[in-house]
Design a protein around this ligand. Structure first.
Ligand SMILES: [Zn+2]
Length: 432
């Protein structure tokens, strides 16, 4: 039975706070391939952990091989084992919504491939996301410092300024010179180069972002210039640094990034919790609680802690409740563990301020996958809030207000969407 809440959530334009969305050139260069459309996303990791050899996984996503049947047959047993995971369910959603496939089988895939065009329509990248996906705008981390107007949708495709290599202490000195025009010779010139990056790209970015939890612990310590300076010299001379030395430089650069983010009125997004991929996650690196010293040091920052820090989501609720400068982003988490997210939303609602929660980011590069992940999120948001209504804890009217906030309003406010769009507009005027 359709409810007002369900109707509302299915219609609302979602502010999508995290993607790695393809640029227009990548979309146009992509060869239409049914198996890549359905499976070239996070689910590949589930295939491998289910026991599929890596070579079969690679063959599945290899769109230059036209033998759909052979590519799928070798993964079919593993697919049976993973079709019910959040990633697996998203594959079925893509298949059904975009290609009319009710059940993923060799036969249905071969048939679907036969009806694909030779090339995707250029306009479809935006149309799939904006019109079919119902997104208000999307925020993309393309792992670069540079943030410029995306002419394929200037108020739709917004970009994060990536601080990941700084936080890891592994930034490339040659690229830094190219992008900032500054030759780094010491700590002072490194500071100037960072300032330059922010003055060039800060005004056009939607946020600063770092996923250094993939390379190092999220534990942060304050570092003095005396500690960092000799290590930077060692790096400049091309010598190998130990993990602790890299973390020392990383902590120092991370702190400068936070300071610049405050100055430029940019939220600072941090990957916390679960890893993409397989066979490499050190579980202690990733917990959001590791960030406490940083959160306490910078009360004026707006930290957006991503992916509900899964499996440390309860810890994250405590941080959002305790620290004024912590916002919580459920991006990607619905597909990592759908039930954990439904539960998380309900627990968060009764523990922490609801104006600091963002409900969605797909965290993917293919438009159709992003849409499928958003359908998962919409369905689960309804499910979670419906349970709250049934429990007598909120009314349906209140559930609609909550949905409005977590899917749209909170993001517009925290990221100062209108202010950012104005900055991009005035940049256009400058160029013209
Ligand atoms: Zn991501």
């Amino acid at each position: 039975m359709s409810t007002q809440l369900q109707e509302f959530v299915s219609q609302i334009k979602i502010c999508d706070t995290h993607e790695h969305m393809w640029k227009q050139e990548s979309w146009e260069a992509d060869k239409p391939d049914i198996l890549s459309e359905i499976f070239d996303n996070y689910v590949l990791a589930d295939f491998v952990t289910a026991g599929l050899p890596e070579s079969d996984k690679e063959r599945l996503r290899n769109s230059s091989n036209p033998d759909i049947s052979a590519r799928f047959q070798s993964v079919e047993t593993a697919w049976k084992a993973i079709q019910f995971t959040g990633y697996g369910q998203a594959c079925s959603l893509i298949a059904k919504k975009f290609f009319g496939i009710e059940e993923i089988t060799c036969h249905s895939l071969v048939q679907a491939q036969d009806s694909l065009p030779i090339q995707w329509e250029a306009k479809d990248r935006l149309a799939i996301l904006r019109d079919e996906g119902g997104f208000h705008h999307i925020q993309t981390d393309d792992s670069s410092w540079e943030c410029i107007r995306d002419e394929s949708g200037p108020d739709f495709f917004l970009y994060d300024l990536s601080w990941a290599t700084f936080c890891s202490g592994t930034f490339d000195l040659v690229s830094l010179r190219e992008y900032s025009g500054i030759e780094v010779r010491n700590l002072n010139s490194l500071k100037i180069a960072m300032e330059k990056l922010f003055s060039l790209y800060g005004p056009l970015a939607i946020a600063v972002k770092s996923q250094h939890a993939y390379n190092r612990t999220l534990v942060w310590k304050e570092r003095s210039e005396e500690e960092v300076s000799p290590l930077l010299q060692k790096r400049i001379k091309g010598k190998e640094l130990t993990t602790e030395e890299k973390n020392c430089i990383g902590d120092w650069c991370w702190a400068r990034g936070v300071e610049h983010a405050i100055e430029h009125n940019l939220p600072f997004k941090i990957h916390t919790g679960y890893y993409a991929g397989y066979n490499r996650m050190p579980i202690n690196f990733i917990r959001a609680g590791n960030l406490c010293p940083l959160l306490a040091k910078y009360p004026k920052a707006r930290f957006v802690l991503m992916h509900i820090s899964y499996p440390y989501q309860e810890e994250l609720i405590a941080l959002a409740k305790h620290y004024r400068n912590v916002w919580v982003d459920m991006c990607w988490a619905w597909s990592i563990n759908p039930h954990a997210c439904t539960d998380f939303l309900r627990r968060y609602l009764h523990a922490a301020p609801i104006n600091k929660l963002f409900a969605f980011g797909g965290d993917t590069y293919r438009p159709r996958a992003a849409v499928a992940y958003s359908i998962q999120a919409r369905n689960r948001v309804v499910q979670a809030l419906k349970k709250e209504i049934d429990n007598g804890e909120i009314t349906e009217k209140q559930s609609i207000e909550i949905a409005q906030n977590i899917l749209q309003n909170n993001q517009l406010e925290c990221f100062d969407y209108n202010g950012r769009i104005q900055a991009l507009e005035s940049e256009k005027c400058k160029i013209e």
